[in-house]
Structures are given as structure tokens and as C-alpha cells.
Design a protein around this ligand. Structure first.
Ligand code: COA
Length: 216
């Protein structure tokens, strides 16, 4: 499959040449992540996932400073916009190293960032990655997270030729569990006492989705 993905200026991003999707034989992808010169924007029915820019910092900060959003996150809510700036720098570093991709989630009818979706811990020898997502609480309950997760998984499987995408979730985080289950992820196991969330030792439940199981 020849993938053409448009960057935010509408230019064709130089994403690879031939992309292997020979999932049945587990053939290694015939492209390298370094072929991705820009983070491509992704469209779904209602959403536009795009690179996060400097002028998005106030919106990014608003999402990650909200204690409700950070309830199950492994870092505390941001307290200063400088933390959002440092976060943006980290996102750029991960992209430069091709170890993680993070998109700003916007609605097609409004360019403001309402959340983020990411593929991180990209493990190229094994063609796996982890997925992450967060939405501003004003936007919960509209199905946006599930829509963004499906689109990012499609990118991971079809454009990066990943074989497997995984998510680790606090077992009490029912909304997040529902999001991945809606996208077809399967529950694979529990790691006991894996993290300390807000000073409390917590288990984590692992979910996985294989390329051959993914339904658009
Ligand atoms: C997890 C999160 C992304 C979900 O966002 P959302 O916009 O509400 O998600 P969606 O609308 O796509 O889907 C949520 C689904 O879970 C369901 N749900 C919501 N709260 C629930 C609960 N307490 N128990 C069970 N299901 C729940 C919703 O009804 C919806 O299902 P439906 O589409 O069948 O009606 C959002 O709560 C969030 O950003 N939280 C903070 C960041 C975070 O924790 N990220 C995940 C880290 S693992």
C-alpha cells in the first residue's frame, strides 16, 4: 500500500514508500520511522488530530491542569503553564527520536485543542506501541475518545505497520476501559500493585489489540 498523508499545510508528508501490511506473515515493515518527516494530521468522522503548536499551550495546560482529567494519570495536575511548555518540548523530543507521537485532538468545526492522543513506547524491533489519550472534561461523553483511539490505531497498524498496540489502565477507570473495549482491545491480564496513583498502590489492567483484529 502506498500511503500519502497530508501534513497541516496540506503538503503530502514524505511518509514512506511501500508499506508492508503483510500481517499474516508478520513481515517487517519495509519503511523506517525516520521516513516520517512531520507528524501527519489524521481525520476521523468528527475529529482532526494534528501536531500540537506553541499557540495551543493555554488549551493544553487547561486539559492537564484539571484534577478530574488527572485522576488516574501517573503525574499530578499541572500547576503552571511552564509545565505545559516543557511537555510540548518532550513531545517534540519523542517525535525527533521517533519513540512517541502525540496529536492534539480538535473537532473539525473548531481548531482548539480539546485533548491529546498518542502512540508511545514505540518498539520497532517488535512493531508494538502503547496508546494514550486524554480529553478535557467538558468534552467527555461524546464518543470523541473512542473515535480518536480508533483513528490512531488505524494509523499505527496501516501506516506504521505495527502488529500490536497496548494500553495499561487503572482497573477502576471504567470510562477508559470502555473506550479501549469499544475499539476492540482485549483484556490480557493484571499486574498487581504496579503503580502508585495519588499515593495509593494500585493494580493495572493490560489491554492489547492486534493488527489482524482491528476493524476500522
Ligand atoms: C477516559 C476518557 C478519555 C473517556 O472520554 P470520553 O469522551 O468520555 O469517552 P467516550 O465518550 O469515547 O467513551 C466513554 C464510554 O465510557 C462510558 N463511560 C463513561 N463513564 C463510565 C463509567 N464510570 N463506567 C462505565 N462506562 C463509562 C461512556 O458511556 C461511553 O460509552 P458509550 O459510548 O458506549 O456510551 C476521559 O474520561 C478522559 O480524558 N479522562 C482523563 C484522562 C484519562 O484518564 N485518560 C486515560 C488514561 S488510561
Amino acid at each position: 500500500m502506498l500511503a500519502t498523508i497530508r501534513d497541516d499545510n496540506g503538503k503530502a508528508a514524505t511518509l514512506v514508500g511501500q508499506i508492508s501490511r503483510n500481517l499474516m506473515t508478520d513481515t517487517a515493515p519495509q519503511h523506517s520511522l525516520s521516513d516520517l518527516t512531520v507528524l501527519p494530521s489524521l481525520d476521523s468522522e468528527r475529529l482532526h488530530l494534528r501536531p500540537i503548536r506553541e499557540d495551543d499551550l493555554p488549551d493544553l495546560y487547561a486539559v492537564f491542569a484539571d484534577p478530574d482529567v488527572m485522576r488516574y494519570w501517573t503525574r499530578p495536575p499541572m500547576r503552571d503553564i511552564a509545565e505545559a511548555r516543557a511537555f510540548l518540548a518532550e513531545i517534540a523530543q519523542h517525535f525527533d527520536a521517533r519513540t512517541g507521537f502525540k496529536w492534539g485532538i480538535t473537532r473539525k468545526d473548531n481548531d482548539r485543542v480539546i485533548g491529546t492522543a498518542s502512540l508511545f513506547r514505540l518498539d520497532t524491533p517488535h512493531n508494538t506501541a502503547e496508546i494514550g489519550y486524554a480529553l478535557g472534561s467538558a468534552h467527555w461523553g461524546n464518543g470523541y475518545a473512542a473515535e480518536a483511539v480508533r483513528r490512531v490505531c488505524q494509523f499505527g497498524f496501516e501506516d506504521l505497520a505495527l502488529r500490536r498496540i497496548e494500553a495499561d489502565i487503572n482497573p477502576r477507570h471504567h470510562a477508559s476501559i470502555h473506550v479501549v473495549e469499544k475499539a476492540g482491545f482485549q483484556r490480557e491480564g493484571v499486574l498487581r500493585e504496579r503503580y502508585i496513583y495519588n499515593g495509593e498502590i494500585q493494580d493495572v489492567v493490560y489491554y492489547g489489540l492486534l493488527a489482524r483484529e482491528f476493524v476500522r
